[in-house]
Design a protein around this ligand. Structure first.
Ligand SMILES: [Zn+2]
Length: 465
């Protein structure tokens, strides 16, 4: 398995440092709003990455942080007049619900920044002790970029010395404004009730420090892989490296991977241009999580993705082609044990494997899958046998362990419309609260809409009447 490392700008083999386990850290959402489809492009890319690692027989330990304190969350909570934790909880919950809709596998851990303030304080203190950070007059602590010789190595920029000495208090800034960045921000009026005591007085962490502190806590001082959207590369990831390496004196991360931007109909997504979509917006328009996932993953992650409604329509057609083929194979196989796969299926799986291991070339992997569909359809017109059909189905399953878009057992599972899913979610909540009357009422409401709910130890499932 080879991937493109943003640090070396080369394609390199991805081999775990220890235990056949790839330890990787993913910058997660800032929970101040519903995540938009540009954010989900990054999360689906990381999902494909972890699935390809597992496809290759390696294990993963993925840690994704939740940024629940920063400039944006504080502004949002104070504007709404609610405590920070209440404000961010809404968006944390929404985020996890959205991940499910996109069939994104859960990371092993989702640490929240506000649960790790002591770790961040320790890290800031160690940077002060090492002489690479200093306290300013207002009680904030800054990282001195001139004291860390490797600064700029990820973004591949040589910073001219004239800009050094300037300070930037904001969490986000561009290369033009590079300067010493905030590790700890002294409390100010606009922070309202948000703040923690520290050796430098009351304040709160800067955004960048949380990722260095939490990644090293859970993955070690040196770990395999760190990912994010290209927007994170500078200054966020550059600063993460500076904080971690200046503190430990060790290499922080072996491989860095970044996914490119998403545009909508060729334009940068923005609220003012009217082309800004959350996942919820698209689901309300009648698209399923699976169709949206298909569009998000079916472009090479290092190339810009142009999101268009025509692409969703194409996704619907392509998925229906796959479904029809898989359904026919399932009927033919009818629980028979798999024999050896026919030659065309072996070849398709080989091509698929080469594609995903070549820096996650998912468009090429889909091409291999559609070759399989084409051959299987023709083959089923001839002398296809049940045991071989079962083997072809296994190849589809193996491919889908990476892609995560195929429905197997279609007679059982159908694409669940958003309104039914919403009723199911409410019913799950009711059952969690042991509100059986409400659970039964929702079951009836779902039945009236034409769906039957089944409960099992894995939770609820629905089938169309
Ligand atoms: Zn981060």
């Amino acid at each position: 398995m080879k991937v493109f490392n943003s640090l070396t700008r080369c394609e390199e083999p991805l081999k775990p440092l220890a235990d056949n386990t790839v330890r990787f850290y993913t910058c997660g959402p800032t929970v101040y709003n519903f995540a938009h489809i540009g954010n989900f492009r990054a999360y689906t890319f990381e999902d494909i990455l972890r699935r390809v690692i597992q496809f290759n027989g390696m294990k993963v330990k993925q840690v994704m942080n939740l940024t629940d304190v920063d400039d944006k969350t504080i502004r949002g909570a104070n504007a709404a007049g609610v405590p920070l934790t209440d404000y961010t909880k809404t968006y944390k919950d929404a985020f996890f619900a959205d991940l499910k809709k996109l069939n994104i596998e859960s990371a092993e851990m989702y640490p929240a920044a506000t649960d790790h303030i002591p770790e961040m304080i320790d890290l800031v203190q160690s940077l002060i002790d090492k002489g690479v950070a200093y306290k300013s007059d207002d009680g904030s602590v800054y990282f001195s970029v001139t004291k860390f010789p490797g600064y700029g190595k990820l973004a591949h920029i040589d910073f001219d010395n004239q800009r050094t000495g300037a300070r930037c208090a904001a969490d986000e800034y561009d290369k033009e404004n590079v300067g010493d960045f905030a590790l700890w921000k002294a409390w100010e009026e606009s922070d309202g009730p948000v703040g923690w005591d520290s050796p430098w007085g009351r304040g709160r962490p800067g955004w960048h420090i949380e990722c260095s502190a939490m990644s090293m806590k859970y993955l070690g001082e040196t770990f395999d892989l760190h990912t994010g959207g290209i927007d994170n590369l500078f200054p966020h990831h550059e600063n993460e490296i500076a904080q971690a390496e200046a503190s430990t004196g060790k290499e922080f991360v072996k491989t860095w991977m970044h996914c490119a931007h998403l545009k909508v109909n060729g334009e940068k997504m923005s609220k003012s241009a009217g082309n800004f979509f959350t996942l919820r917006d698209l689901i309300e328009k009648g698209w399923s999580g699976r169709e949206i996932r298909y569009v998000l993953v079916n472009a090479h992650y290092r190339q810009g993705l142009n999101f268009a409604f025509s692409a969703l329509e194409d996704a619907r057609k392509s998925l229906s082609r796959i479904d029809t083929c898989v359904e026919a194979l399932e009927k033919l196989a009818a629980q028979t044990a798999a024999a050896d796969a026919p030659e065309f299926a072996v070849k398709a799986l080989e091509d698929f494997s080469v594609a995903v291991n070549d820096d996650l070339n998912i468009p090429k992997a889909f091409a291999a899958l559609f070759e399989l569909v084409r051959h299987a359809n023709a083959w089923m017109q001839g002398d296809a046998q049940p045991a071989q059909a079962a083997a072809v189905l296994d190849v589809f399953k193996r491919m889908d362990s990476v892609l995560g878009v195929i429905f197997f057992g279609k007679a059982e599972k159908a694409d669940v419309p958003a309104e039914i899913q919403s009723l199911l979610d409410q019913r799950a909540e009711a059952r969690k609260a042991k509100n059986w009357a409400e659970s039964d009422r929702l079951r009836d409401e779902i039945a009236v809409a034409g769906w039957i709910v089944k409960d099992s130890k894995d939770g609820q499932s629905v089938t169309k009447k």
